[in-house]
Design a protein around this ligand. Structure first.
Ligand code: IVH
Length: 665
């Protein structure tokens, strides 16, 4: 009896815990436990439900782990056809849509604007509050019955407090992050990766094994609902009602009093879309009143009351005309694809990075291939996939070059690295890149030192390294380059001004491998001058949080090179500031200590607590290990608490952590 009661309590507790983790994961996008830890809880619940079925809830999370594989899907006919939406590509077309609506109704209307999620449309049927069927769109009239797969999607409610029959429609999608993880896994298994999150979602929904679908972390946003009896009167209210009922509704939505307001929503999201963790391909504008929607009706293909404003495509296919090799600042050879020009996300693209030769191998890219190119927020587009079906057999494979394409030195490849490199530090390509980096905004910030001028001063031998910049005379620049007197003088002035750049900028400007902006800042906090940094031994540098061994080795290698030291001496002679001028608080009081946080904080958000700890020199990491010094425990702690107890790690409350920050304990 006792143990049965215990089981009931534990089952209740597990429901609450899993619900909490689901909320963190799906709604707040802030998972607090790992997948494995989550799975352990679901397994425990599953076992308890097996032994005590009387306590099992019909909407238990154990129903989401996926049932038995099927041979093929049954087909289903949609009671109401799943139409598509007409696309528009500019503001004028939206105004035209608005005129059509007003003409048909003879009056003004209010619109409702939503993000157009770039996923896969599905229909969910609920009867007496239970999800009884999930289906794909198919051809709009007949789709596949993918109920078992749909049930694995953790933010689709299995049970809702609604009695009447209703059909819910929405978009299944995948976070960009989950898409990348899935592709990494596929690549490791030697399988073809997906070209984009939408293809990955469609492919996942079509899997015959629901257990595999459960692992894909699909998600759902609802965008419409049809009710057997009376439903809400506007699209706005439909979504609000569905949200209150427990469906995930995208929060980025708004009513618009006029088409101009709707256009504003569109242009606003066109710029902001890359901030979202999932892909959208436009905005959907709907007539808000459901009654008006009914009056307007549909054509065979699409409703007259809705329109999609499509963003310029992020992905396109084009031809690879050539693959060239560029030499970077540290000698890294980067293959670059020369493309048949193609319009992508609003710009004309002629080149795409191929990153390295492993990537060429992985994608199996050849000259003459038709490829998918993508530009999602980044400035440089990349090749994501080859369209193998388009091959003619004439495509040409390329191999890593044996000689540097610029200086002809024999190319080297270090064993633990993917990159091929030109080892010649005086290779003109490297020299130019180093000088450009030295003058860049976050380094010495020398305005006017662009690619064109650097090409000339290096090619004419006026400048052999970045220290030579400081002896440049404006007459010299004027003579060699068709540059006006004023701009030559201005450039020399800017070069001279840069002598007083902050110490951390100088460290960054030196162009040491693996030392980016952030590491330069940390180094400047820990060493007062270049000489101090040069004298430090590798271990001392590596012990600084956020630096690590690899970076420490790069620093050592840099200062072990006599050529580099000569250049530094030249900089010193030229009068470049080589030390910290402002005092920086050195080690914080929590320096070197490692913290992990679990549960919800009362006084801070987790991010704020992290920032505070870091300000005082602490490291904040995600998972507990033997190296952890303190676990800060908030409300509803996750499994980290158990783990910390097992490892004997010091456990403190939020209040105690605050006292530590204040220096009171
Ligand atoms: S409303 C009659 N709202 O876009 C069509 N669709 O090209 C009603 N989509 O098949 C659809 N986000 O898969 C609507 N907020 C949204 C949407 C959305 C994405 C998809 C949907 C549809 C396609 C139309």
């Amino acid at each position: 009896m006792e143990s049965k009661e215990k089981a009931r309590k534990r089952i209740e507790e597990l429901y609450k815990l899993i619900e909490y983790y689901d909320r963190k994961y799906f709604i707040e996008n802030n998972p607090v436990i790992s997948d494995q830890e989550y799975d352990i809880l679901v397994d425990e619940l599953s076992e308890l439900e097996r032994r005590y079925p009387e306590f099992a809830r019909p909407d238990s999370p154990t129903k989401r782990v996926g049932g038995k594989p099927v041979d093929q899907f049954k087909t289903v006919r949609h009671e109401i056809p799943m139409l598509s939406i007409d696309n528009t590509y500019n503001e004028e077309e939206l105004r035209e849509f608005d005129r059509r609506i007003k003409r048909a109704l003879g009056r003004d209307v209010e619109y409702f604007c939503e993000l157009k999620i770039d996923g896969v449309a599905v229909s969910l049927l609920y009867e007496k509050g239970v999800l009884v069927r999930g289906a794909t769109r198919g051809d709009g009239f007949v789709g596949d019955d993918v109920t078992e797969n749909i049930k694995t999607i953790r933010n689709i409610p299995l049970i809702v407090p609604i009695d009447q029959k209703m059909e819910i429609r929405g978009e299944v999608y995948m976070l960009k992050l989950d898409f990348e993880r899935l592709n990494r896994e596929k690549i490791n298994l030697g399988e073809e990766p997906f070209a984009n999150p939408r293809n990955a979602t469609a492919g996942s929904l079509k899997l015959l094994n629901p257990k595999e679908v459960a692992r894909r972390r699909l998600r759902f946003f609802v965008y419409s609902g049809f009710f057997e009896k009376e439903g809400p009167a506007t699209q706005k209210q439909v979504l609000q009602f569905l949200e209150n009922t427990g469906f995930p509704v995208n929060p980025e939505r708004t009513a618009a009093k006029s088409i101009e307001e709707a256009i504003e929503f569109c242009t606003n999201w066109e710029n902001k879309r890359y901030e979202l963790p999932y892909a959208i391909d436009g905005i959907v504008i709907k007539v808000n009143s459901i009654r008006d929607q009914e009056i307007l009706g549909s054509t065979l293909k699409s409703p007259r009351w809705a329109v999609a404003f499509k963003f310029p495509a992020e992905q396109a296919t084009t031809l690879i005309k050539d693959i060239i090799v560029q030499v970077g600042r540290t000698g890294t050879l980067t293959p670059v694809a020369i493309l048949e020009p193609v319009h992508l996300a609003g710009t004309k693209v002629t080149r795409a990075s191929l990153h390295n030769f492993d990537e060429i191998e992985r994608l199996d890219v050849r000259i003459g291939d038709r490829v998918f190119v993508e530009k999602a927020g980044e400035i440089i587009p990349k090749v994501v996939k080859v369209v193998k079906e388009s091959r003619t057999g004439q495509e040409v494979r390329i191999k890593p070059p044996e000689k540097c394409p610029v200086c002809g030195s024999a190319v080297v490849k270090e064993e633990d690295e993917v990159a091929y490199r030109c080892p010649n530090v005086s290779c003109p390509a490297q020299v130019k890149e180093r000088i450009l980096h030295f003058g860049s905004r976050k380094a010495m910030n020398i305005q006017g030192l662009g690619e064109r001028i650097v090409d000339v001063i290096v090619d004419t031998g006026l400048v052999r390294d970045y220290a030579d910049l400081y002896s440049l005379k404006s007459e010299q620049i004027e003579r060699i380059e068709r540059m006006g007197e004023i701009s030559s003088r201005k450039l020399v002035e800017n070069i001279q001004l840069s002598k007083n750049a902050p110490f951390q900028n100088l460290i960054y400007a030196l162009g040491i491998r693996r030392i980016g902006e952030r590491a330069s800042e940390t180094l400047a906090e820990n060493f007062a001058s270049i000489d101090e940094l040069r004298k430090a031994d590798e271990e001392q540098i590596a012990s600084i949080p956020e630096i690590g061994f690899e970076a420490a080795r790069s620093i050592k290698e840099f200062f072990d090179n006599p050529g580099n030291n000569e250049v530094i001496e030249k900089l010193r002679k030229a009068g470049v500031s080589m030390a910290r001028t402002q005092p920086i608080k050195k080690h914080g009081k929590l320096s070197g200590m490692r913290f992990v946080i679990t549960g919800t904080m009362k006084n801070y958000t987790r991010e704020e607590m992290k920032t505070e700890l870091k300000k005082h020199g602490a490291r904040v990491v995600e998972s507990i290990s033997r190296e952890t010094d303190y676990l800060i425990v908030g409300e509803n702690p996750g499994s980290k608490l158990e783990k910390a107890k097992n490892l004997g790690i010091k456990i403190i409350t939020e209040e105690e952590a605050i006292k530590m920050l204040r220096g009171e304990i």
